[in-house]
Design a protein around this ligand. Structure first.
Ligand code: PAF
Length: 272
């Protein structure tokens, strides 16, 4: 992978990169198409990164289908698919991690200790191996996008991070590899995340600005759907992720909700 990247750079080609954990859906394919528009060569990595999963999380069950992924990526016109092995990425001697200090504290960082340390460490390794000029990340993982951008700026990495809008199913459910965990009945309830985002925008438009009241409405709405359990409903500053008590300017509404055993996330930047 490194010698391919060196070669491409020597030829003056711009390398676009999409890091993934595989099991592709339209959201992944949209990131690949965006990279294709912006770069001469597109590399996609498929690596279910063990160090970003907690001990009780779904690393083992995480869905995998390499053959199908390769076919889909080829159809989009991806040039290189990079699929390293865990032992290559993390040999026994491995002991270096990179951590973004503050942006990783709230939201998913508070519920998934060590998650973002695993994400930034693997991304830095992948950036060093693939040597991209740009990398495309989906905005469904909004906090991840901010954390990666911070790492790239703080460590003076020479690449551009592009955020790509959330791709949704026809009924609004954000696409995610984890949606396969949902039963037919749970799948129906799962639309409550998107509907809650729309409800919040509507309430704000009607003049409701107090976060404690908005939160209460949204929590009640989500819990009125069977199989749901709220992990968090948070209103934060869209750049710093600091919690807000009132919606005055653009505000990130971030949701994490268990539907059955699937933990789903979604978000929107709401405007008063
Ligand atoms: O968003 C993901 O799929 C992963 O967190 C990433 C960026 C591929 C790192 O493992």
């Amino acid at each position: 992978m490194k010698s391919w990247a060196d070669d491409a750079r020597q030829k003056g080609l711009r390398i676009g990169f999409v890091p993934t954990m595989g099991y592709f859906h339209e959201g992944h394919l949209a990131l690949m198409r965006r990279a294709k528009e912006l770069a001469d060569q597109v590399v996609v990595s498929i690596f279910v990164n063990p160090i970003q999963f907690g001990p009780q999380e779904d690393f083992r069950q995480y869905p995998r289908d390499l053959e199908r992924d390769i076919r889909l990526a080829q159809e989009v016109g991806v040039d290189v698919i990079f699929t390293p092995e865990a032992q290559e990425m993390y040999p026994e001697s491995f002991q270096t991690y990179v951590e973004v200090a503050k942006l990783t504290k709230p939201l998913c960082g508070a519920r998934r200790p060590g998650h973002f340390r695993g994400v930034t460490t693997v991304c830095l390794k992948l950036f060093n191996i693939v040597r991209p000029h740009l990398a495309v990340f989906g905005l469904k993982d909004y906090q991840q996008y901010l954390v990666i951008r911070r790492m790239v700026a703080d460590l003076d990495l020479d690449l551009e991070i592009i955020g790509h809008p959330i791709v949704r199913e026809a009924d609004g459910l954000a696409m995610s590899s984890r949606n396969v965990y949902l039963s037919t009945e749970e799948r129906k309830s799962a639309t409550c995340l998107y509907k809650a985002l729309c409800l919040a925008q509507e309430k704000i438009k009607q003049g409701l600005r107090e976060v404690s009241l908005l939160k209460r409405e949204l929590e009640q709405f989500i819990l009125s759907h069977p199989y749901t359990r709220i992990d968090y409903v948070e209103f934060c500053h869209p750049e710093t992720l600091e919690p807000l008590s009132e919606v005055r300017g653009p505000t990130l509404l971030a949701l994490a909700v268990f539907v059955g055993k699937a933990r789903l996330i979604d978000n929107a930047v709401l405007k008063p």
